[in-house]
Design a protein around this ligand. Structure first.
Ligand SMILES: [Zn+2]
Length: 235
């Protein structure tokens, strides 16, 4: 008898972690002195990853990069080369500040280009100072990307973005129609594929555990909005 060959293709994936402050999500967005004590657990988490042969990407935000104790936990991991430090932009705790931050202002895509530009510049500088690295990968806080953010990422020397959240939509933006596998995004409309090769898009992995993806997506979308959302069917 011939032994059964395993013809399953290996699954290649990237593990990325939004490395950020913690707070009660139903409360106001923290601006200064955010709680980053959750970062104390990164060294233990990194050990687990290394045990599994994984090299995670930590998308670090300003609140973490600006906190000496949090930096102390992450910094020793960097020269070992078993992880990558990327950038994560939370507009509410990333200077300069432009007034109170509500739901609208918490989404990077809703902010004027000039504000995003200044915040991103500060974030990159802070990561360079704290970790002696130049971040090459990026994710927006609360997801979503547009032409304006894409152009700023290229200006700052990023070559990977991971802000696309396939099938997701809210009142400010959507990622409908985006590929669900990595692609070269159109710089004018990042949800579409193009031939540029300056920046690569790694959409976050999402999907439905149903074989009819299209139908599952339609049902899911219908239940996110009134008149059906009250049923909490999606939950
Ligand atoms: Zn975040």
């Amino acid at each position: 008898m011939t032994p059964k060959m395993d013809t399953t293709e290996p699954i290649l994936f990237v593990l990325s972690i939004d490395t950020e402050e913690e707070w009660e999500w139903g409360e106001a967005f923290p601006q200064q002195d955010a709680n980053v004590s959750n970062i104390d657990n990164i060294p233990a988490f990194q050990k687990v990853c290394e045990g599994l042969g994984l090299r995670p990407t930590y998308f670090v935000d300003y609140a973490v990069a600006d906190n000496p104790q949090a930096v102390e936990h992450i910094l020793p991991l960097v020269p070992e080369g078993n992880c990558e430090i990327g950038a994560h932009l939370h507009p509410w705790c990333n200077p300069p500040f432009f007034g109170p931050v509500g739901e609208f202002e918490s989404h990077v895509v809703n902010l004027p280009k000039e504000q995003v530009s200044q915040k991103l510049e500060n974030l990159v500088k802070k990561l360079e100072q704290s970790f002696s690295i130049k971040p090459k990968s990026f994710r927006t806080g609360r997801w979503g990307i547009d032409k304006k953010v894409m152009s700023l990422l290229i200006e700052q020397g990023f070559n990977v973005d991971s802000s696309v959240y396939p099938f997701y939509e809210n009142e400010y933006f959507h990622c409908n129609g985006s590929p669900s596998l990595p692609y070269w995004p159109d710089l004018d409309y990042p949800l579409k594929v193009s031939s540029q090769q300056m920046i690569y898009e790694l959409p976050v992995t999402v999907g439905f555990n149903r074989s009819n993806f299209e139908l599952a997506n339609k049902i899911h979308t219908a239940f996110t909005k009134p008149p059906l959302s009250w049923t909490r069917f999606n939950g």
